[in-house]
Design a protein around this ligand. Structure first.
Ligand SMILES: [Mg+2]
Length: 371
């Protein structure tokens, strides 16, 4: 039996984008500090001030030309880069997180099915996107342009039918490029790739394979599943999967938001229980509709109260995963009943949120699994 038939089959109906920001931390610093133009920028604390300690978080492309890259000891940069070009910039992770959040806001305009791998890297499942008339490659272009125009940063994209190929594609497209690997072109693309470009093939494995004449993805296929399994065990199995472009792993959407809610301030304050409840009923409907639209379920209901004197509390009630407005209302009303002094003082602010959100999809799957 051919190796291909012994391995699992791809799901060709999926559309996955891999986004990778180009030299992210360095690019953010270069954007914000024009004096860095033309310099080899190394994001690390200056090893001359740290007694030689410290590691490179990232380096811009100019520094990379000298062989400096992530995870290298910062002192190495002193040896490799001419002093007149070299600039160390201390990393500012709070800033990178902020910018990453802005990139994520743009991603969410396409889909909420986003798996963040790092501040500068994410997978998006756009099999069903929020812009249905755009093709996956058009979605990637749209995102790349928005990131460039709005944030003045460059990014690279790979588009394909699984995460592995999407990532191979974005690596290939780097910097500031896009690639689309279609089912009929995947094998030819992989066959040409050097084995060092495949994930999970470390230096030692590379050397072993090279000794056996395996230099490319095509060689890896020719080497065969049998020998891969015999010589590399489980790692060999993954090499075979990758050589054939097989990857069934889903995009694991991180919770986009921890909670989703609605609140309102009252002036004059509310003393009337029925009125407070009417608002809670209204908030429940709004929040449930929003969850429904985003295909999310809540595991907790949170009531927020502020009284006339600005005393503020939040109260939480765990629930079975749900987006049922009646359940939300009932839970929130019970929480309100336990805090009678707020109505007595007068409620200035009332809020209801759904928290600990999860993908509705997983819930449906687990229901099936129980049968
Ligand atoms: Mg990157």
């Amino acid at each position: 039996m051919a190796d291909r038939d012994l391995l699992p089959q791809n799901d060709f109906s999926r559309r996955i984008i891999h986004l990778d920001m180009d030299a992210f931390y360095a690019s953010v610093e270069m954007r914000d500090r024009p004096e860095l133009a033309g310099k080899a920028v190394v994001i690390a604390r200056d090893p001359r001030k740290t007694g030689g300690h410290g590691v490179v978080a990232t380096a811009n492309y100019r520094a990379r030309k000298y062989g400096v890259g992530s995870a290298m000891a910062a002192v190495q940069a002193l040896k490799l880069i001419p002093a007149r070009e070299l600039v160390f910039v201390e990393p500012d992770f709070a800033k990178y997180r902020r910018v990453s959040g802005q990139v994520h806001d743009l991603m969410h305009e396409l889909t909420d099915q986003i798996e963040s791998v790092a501040l500068d890297e994410a997978y998006l499942d756009v099999t069903r996107s929020k812009m249905p008339d755009k093709s996956p490659l058009q979605l990637a272009s749209w995102l790349q342009e928005r990131i460039f125009q709005d944030l003045r940063l460059t990014s690279s994209f790979g588009v394909s039918y699984n995460k592995f190929l999407a990532k191979m594609g974005s690596e290939y497209a780097k910097p500031f490029g896009r690639s689309y690997i279609s089912p009929d072109r995947a094998q030819a693309f992989l066959d040409r790739q050097e084995i060092k470009n495949f994930p999970g093939i470390g230096k030692k494995t590379q050397e072993r394979l090279q000794k056996e004449g395996v230099l490319t993805g095509g060689d890896l296929r020719a080497y065969g599943l049998d020998r891969l399994l015999k010589n590399f065990k489980k790692a060999g199995y993954y090499m075979a999967l990758h050589a054939y472009g097989i990857d069934l792993s889903p995009v694991r959407a991180s919770r986009q938001r921890k909670s989703l809610g609605k609140e309102r301030t009252f002036e004059p304050v509310i003393y009337d229980q029925d009125r407070a409840r009417a608002y809670l009923r209204d908030f429940s409907k709004t929040v449930a509709a929003e969850l429904d639209q985003r295909q999310l379920l809540a595991r907790v209901i949170i009531l927020k109260l502020r009284d006339r004197n600005f005393k503020t509390i939040t109260r939480r009630q765990m629930i079975q995963p749900s987006r049922d407005p009646d359940l939300f209302y009932q839970q929130a009303a019970e929480l309100l009943d336990k805090e009678p002094e707020f109505l007595a003082e007068g409620i200035r602010l009332l809020g209801l949120s759904a928290g600990e959100l999860e993908e509705a999809h997983y819930q449906e799957i687990s229901l099936f699994a129980d049968e």
